[in-house]
Design a protein around this ligand. Structure first.
Ligand code: BES
Ligand code: ZN
Length: 620
């Protein structure tokens, strides 16, 4: 944590000058990059396997048990340093159970406390006996009333970015990869699932065993426990959901198997065996999380018309970009998300066709432009760079549309420059040659310049502007969508008072047309809000994406008729992407802010820490 990123960039410069005719080979073996968000001494001793034995205690909302970490002592280290946050450690042993000493470093409000375990030069593994705290940031413990079935409690974890350390003592940085196995003890009425090999049915004794044979980073450690059932969706894919959601989920996700097949045809074999999705309760703070072998997903994608399945294409794509070739540090986050949005776009194009894909890309550009303008207006233009400097900050702060969408358009710019054929050959090679490794931004650039671009193309691409510069360079591809052109016309007419809402021809509108429509509305007032609602019944929509965009207008226009529905939305749904813009708009006037605070006293109880930490800040 002592090295600043400037030191790193400086070192990289020195190194690359020193051996300029021998480019630094991309893809780090071991952890050779400084991780600003981890205390672990990975240069000296690096964890290669974790063996968990945990009991899930719903009464006290705790996990209790042990983690045995096998490691390579690379430098005769005298201690193994692990990341922890809010863990209560009772005992640490080495190898066959010999006792050893341990101590904690000073507690940091974001990064937690380092755990120092004394080891001998030939120590092979360390076992930490511990309990989580009820506040463990990764874990959300749901009471039966917060589930669909209302009968059983539920637990899920969310480890990305640096929350694995709140439930497992580990080297909690993406640059360290290890295999794992686990034994989880829970109530016999429930099934436990992990980012590993899973069963499909409950065990009478409530004991579940897991193995993850491929090396993964700690942010991909995941556990969920609940009343879940399984149904297959194809050769190596399936869905877990609460019983009342299962049939709907299977129908909604019927394209999953062809997504896997398309993805493999693009960038090489799927490396993880099965690909399953678990549909979680609505408090899940993200749309989806790419936990290996088992994507965790929000139920808000189950829209009833398959219109939100791009999210599955996205999480599946992470099986290559992210899970196989992993961002070395959170400053390189765009390597995970930008590549994944590009890959998602390619899967969507293959399955649903170019016009469909173009709608998604055009919506993505809309989001990106808003984000960039906002960041620049706030004087945070360095946050519009692809490569970030998150030193001393929560890596969560780097989670903006920049990593996702600017990242996607950068890859689109490369595609435009060299043509799809050459780019696809390059990407397939990149994933194959770097699988199970980590990648730095500089490592990727070196790889790109070595294996794809001619010197002329390198000049033309302006990669440095994309990565280390603000906003969008002048070679940004301009997205175009024929489907959305129609909507554009309708919006222009409506905004200028030239057409009544109920006269707009919305036949064939999908969720994406509606989102574009809602995002393009201007000059609204209460009459127009009434008119729109009467024509399209937005307030009552069950589609959470559409509802969120509609509610943004409702707040800005003080359209109070929608407030009861808005209140239910804020209480029912814990997905941060929806909550942040709504609470932010509510916080803009004293009246709305006090209403929001009232709703929040109730709603907060149902949110995961990732969401309530963000909303606490907005409403403080
Ligand atoms: N890996 C991310 C979620 C994430 C990122 C969690 C950073 C914590 C820190 C996941 O793949 C993701 O991007 N989810 C998106 C959906 C996607 C379709 C853009 C989401 O949750 O909205
Ligand atoms: Zn993602």
């Amino acid at each position: 944590m002592k090295f600043s990123i400037k030191t790193c960039v400086f070192l990289v410069l020195i190194l690359s000058i020193g051996c300029s005719n021998e480019p630094k080979e991309a893809g780090d073996d071991k952890a050779s990059t400084i991780d600003q968000h981890s205390f672990a001494n990975t240069k000296e001793a690096i964890v290669t396997h974790i063996s968990l034995n945990l009991a899930v205690d719903f009464d006290s909302t705790l996990l209790k048990g042990s983690a045995t970490l096998t490691f390579d002592n690379l430098a005769q280290a005298k201690e193994l340093i692990l990341d922890t946050k809010d863990l209560i450690v009772s005992k640490v042993t080495i190898d066959q159970g010999q006792s050893t000493t341990f101590s904690f470093g000073e507690e940091h409000p974001i990064f937690g406390a380092s755990l120092h375990v004394a080891i001998l030069p030939d120590t092979k593994n360390v076992t930490v006996h511990y309990t989580t705290s009820p506040e463990a940031g990764a874990l959300q413990w749901l009471s039966p009333s917060q589930t669909l079935g209302k009968e059983y409690p539920f637990l899920f974890s969310q480890s990305q970015a640096i929350l694995a350390r709140t439930w497992i003592p580990c080297q909690d940085g993406p640059g360290v990869k290890f295999t794992y196995d686990a034994t989880i003890h829970t109530n016999p009425e429930l099934i436990a699932l992990m980012s590993a090999q899973n069963g499909t049915t409950k065990n009478a004794n409530g004991v579940y065993s897991f193995t993850m044979e491929q090396p993964i980073s700690s942010y991909l450690l995941a556990l969920t426990v609940g009343d879940l059932e399984f149904a297959s969706t194809g050769r190596n894919s399936g869905v877990y959901a609460e019983p009342a959601m299962l049939a709907k989920s299977v129908w909604e996700l019927s394209d999953m198997q062809s997504m896997i097949d398309s993805a493999e045809s693009l960038y090489g074999p799927y490396a993880w065996g099965r690909y399953d999705v678990v549909i979680l309760p609505p408090s899940f703070p993200f749309g989806g999380m790419e936990n290996p072998r088992l994507t965790f997903a929000t139920p808000t994608i189950i829209a009833g018309d398959k219109s939100l399945v791009a999210l599955i294409a996205h999480e599946l794509a992470h099986s290559w970009s992210g899970n196989l070739v992993t961002n070395a540090t959170w400053n390189d986050f765009w390597l995970n998300e930008g590549f994944t949005v590009y890959f998602e776009q390619r899967i969507m194009e293959k399955i649903f066709g170019k016009p469909y894909e173009e709608m998604l890309t055009k919506l993505g550009m809309g989001d990106l432009e808003l984000t960039i303008n906002e960041l620049i207006a706030k004087g945070k233009s360095e946050e519009t760079h692809l490569f970030l400097d998150l030193e001393g900050r929560d890596p969560d702060d780097g989670l903006t549309d920049v990593a996702y969408e600017k990242g996607r358009f950068f890859l689109q710019a490369i595609e435009a420059l060299v043509g799809r054929e050459r780019f696809d050959i390059f990407l397939k090679k990149y994933f194959t040659e770097n699988k199970f490794k980590t990648m730095t931004t500089e490592g990727f650039l070196t790889y790109l310049n070595t294996h794809l671009l001619t010197p002329e193309e390198q000049d033309e691409l302006q990669a440095d502007e994309w990565i280390y510069g603000p906003g969008l360079p002048d070679n940004t591809p301009e997205p175009h969508s024929v489907e959305l052109d129609q909507v554009e016309q309708a919006i222009a007419q409506f905004n200028n008072g030239l057409i009544a809402a109920n006269k707009i021809n919305t036949e064939g509108y999908t969720t994406h047309h509606w989102l574009y429509f809602l995002r393009g509305l201007k000059n609204l007032n209460s009459d127009k809000m009434n008119e729109l609602d009467a024509a399209f019944h937005f307030t009552q929509t069950g589609n959470r994406e559409i509802a969120c965009d509609w509610f943004k207008h409702c707040i800005e226009q003080n359209y109070k008729i929608a407030y009861p529905a808005l209140k239910s939305f804020l209480i029912d749904v814990g997905r941060r992407k929806f909550l942040t813009p709504l609470y932010t708009r509510l916080a803009a006037t004293p009246e709305n802010k006090s209403w929001a605070k009232e709703v929040y006293t109730l709603a907060r109880l149902g949110y995961h820490s990732v969401s309530y930490k963000t909303i606490d800040e907005i409403l403080k």
